[in-house]
Design a protein around this ligand. Structure first.
Ligand SMILES: [Zn+2]
Length: 198
């Protein structure tokens, strides 16, 4: 039997009592309730499964740990085709209501969830925050999928990482960007110029 997720919980009581929330947010529920998440993706292609354990640790951090997972459809920004991505979030979040609690939680390596004084926690907001954080900043097929699932005809890559430079030089994918490539190829050229001005 699936219980409905509570929408207003007292985080003091939940963490004191070590409550565990185990359940599923059905697709039609999440589409209605998690509007920020819905905005950020094309489609939530499976239910959201959550396992959340509330507790107080030995330092006094009131926290929740557990997992949230689901599958989403995103649009690849390289080839503009849609692809499915599995999101698996490890939750390790402390509830804080003032800066002292925030400092303690940060020192203990928790993510922070702010609650105002006497504010109830809506666990759906917590779940939504976790999912949003797990989304890639730029949705793209994996690099290994280029030419396979990723139907990109021309691959534009930033010249930031070694891997990208490697692709650029070997495949000549970015020929009309030669001016910046010159600088990239010889980072000491600028240094030389600066030195000679003295
Ligand atoms: Zn793609």
């Amino acid at each position: 039997m699936i219980e409905r997720i509570p929408q207003r919980i007292d985080h003091f009581r939940y963490t004191d009592q070590g409550v565990i929330l185990d359940g599923v947010l059905a697709q039609k529920e999440s589409a209605k309730d998690l509007l920020r998440f819905k905005e950020a993706i094309l489609e939530n292609s499976s239910d959201i499964i959550y396992h959340l354990e509330f507790d107080v640790d030995f330092l006094g951090n009131r926290h929740v740990t557990g997992k949230v997972s689901t599958q989403v459809i995103l649009q690849c920004q390289r080839c503009m085709n849609n692809f499915e991505l599995e999101l698996n979030c490890d939750v390790s979040t402390a509830f804080v209501q003032n800066e002292t609690e925030q400092k303690l939680a940060e020192d203990s390596d928790y993510d922070i969830f702010w609650l105002a004084k006497r504010e109830y926690l809506d666990p759906r907001v917590l779940i939504e925050d976790e999912l949003l954080l797990a989304l890639p900043q730029i949705a793209m097929h994996a690099l290994s999928e280029v030419g396979k699932s990723c139907k990109a005809e021309v691959v534009f890559l930033e010249a930031d990482s070694e891997q990208d430079n490697y692709l650029k030089k070997d495949n000549r994918l970015d020929e009309d960007n030669s001016s910046s490539e010159q600088v990239d190829d010889n980072p000491f050229a600028i240094l030389k110029q600066l030195k000679s001005k003295k």
